[in-house]
Design a protein around this ligand. Structure first.
Ligand code: NDP
Ligand code: OXD
Length: 314
């Protein structure tokens, strides 16, 4: 009944330490330590090396340590067991903080004032539209998208959302599927992407989508904020759209290649704000507790929560 913890790109120690503290009755093994594959019933992964979970004959459940599961779905040798993802209030709150922060930053032109401060320039341009004049469109109305939408509405933004299947969220226009996309884009000044990366969403943030955003908004051009996944965006299209005015500005937390390579032109584009994939970090403290609880529930015969649908891939 052991748990194998397979983490790359994050520090594994805080996770291992918490799992061991929470489940003293079972072995918690870090990938790289010696173990008997037949004893592993559960695995917890953040970007495990592809194939490293393939030969576990008694594996029952695979836990993603993040909300997104594209890092698992990309493993051609992924074991055919239920995949459980993170749904966590702390993570959700952090993402909403990020989305609200960056929508407000674009609304209040903070990057321009930062530049002015460096030059000791006192230029009060006075042109600041109210949030109620700015239309935010959230792509992805799941756990994160809905929470961000609610908090943006509290700030006064005019919020709408787009999802795969029709969703209704109180006090907000919603659009769904390919047939709803054009109308959604046409009423959007700030496009916030909180989609999962799947076969259907890869490269959805492309030139054609940018060109269909509203051109009559109060920000002087459309803005894109992507905190979903790097694979959702075509980075060359973002640069070209910023250069030719199709986009006014963008905030990116996620990239095709992470860490973003030093030679990437994204780093230095004046209209881009870049953060290092930390819009919403997984906190080992709360997430390890949830996983330990799910394991205990499974062993009592209770159903798993937050199971990924293998047909949709999220
Ligand atoms: P959910 O699964 O709860 O929601 C996903 C939403 O995307 C749903 O509304 C879903 O539609 C919609 N969607 C999926 N496919 C399509 C499609 N083809 N067309 C239109 N809409 C689609 O996910 P979360 O909200 O929990 O997380 C979203 C993503 O955020 C994660 O997958 C991850 O990539 C990213 N993330 C990034 C973090 C960061 O730090 N940058 C941290 C955490 C997550 P429907 O409602 O119809 O199912
Ligand atoms: C996640 C992430 O998916 O941190 O949770 O990106």
């Amino acid at each position: 009944m052991s748990l194998l913890v397979a983490i790359t790109q994050w520090e594994p120690e805080p996770w291992i330490e918490r799992f061991r503290r929470l489940m003293p009755e079972r072995a918690v093994i870090a990938l790289g330590e010696p173990f008997n594959p037949a004893e592993i019933r559960y695995a917890a992964s953040w970007k495990h090396p592809p194939g490293s979970l393939a030969a576990l004959p008694n594996l029952q459940v695979l836990f993603s340590l993040g909300a997104g599961v594209d890092h698992l779905m990309g493993d051609p040798q992924l074991p055919a067991v239920p995949v459980v993802r993170v749904v966590d209030d702390d993570l959700t709150n952090r993402m909403s903080e990020y989305v609200v922060l960056h929508c407000l930053m674009h609304l209040r032109r903070q990057r321009a004032y930062d530049a002015q401060q460096r030059q000791k320039l006192w230029l009060d341009d006075r042109f600041q539209p109210g949030a109620h004049h700015v239309r935010v469109g959230i792509m992805g109305l799941g756990v994160l998208g809905q929470d961000a939408a609610r908090k943006l509405k509290v700030m006064g933004f005019d919020v709408a959302g787009w999802s795969r299947s029709p969703r209704s969220v109180e006090g907000m226009a919603t659009f769904a599927g390919a047939e709803g996309l054009d109308r959604f884009l046409a009423r959007t000044d700030i496009l916030v992407c909180l989609l999962p990366l799947t076969q259907d969403t890869r490269h959805i943030l492309n030139r054609s989508v940018f060109a269909r955003l509203a051109r009559d908004g109060r920000l002087g051009g459309p803005v894109v904020i992507n905190a979903g996944r790097g694979g959702l965006q075509v980075e060359a299209d973002i640069l070209a759209a910023l250069d030719d005015g199709t986009l006014k500005a963008a905030t990116l937390d996620v990239f095709k290649t992470e860490p973003l390579p030093p030679q990437s032109p994204l780093w230095t584009h004046p209209a881009l704000t870049i953060t290092p994939h930390n819009a919403a970090m997984s906190d080992p403290e709360s997430i390890a507790v949830q996983i330990a609880e799910q394991i205990r529930n499974v062993e009592r015969g209770e159903p798993l929560r937050n199971v990924v649908d293998p047909r949709t891939g999220y």
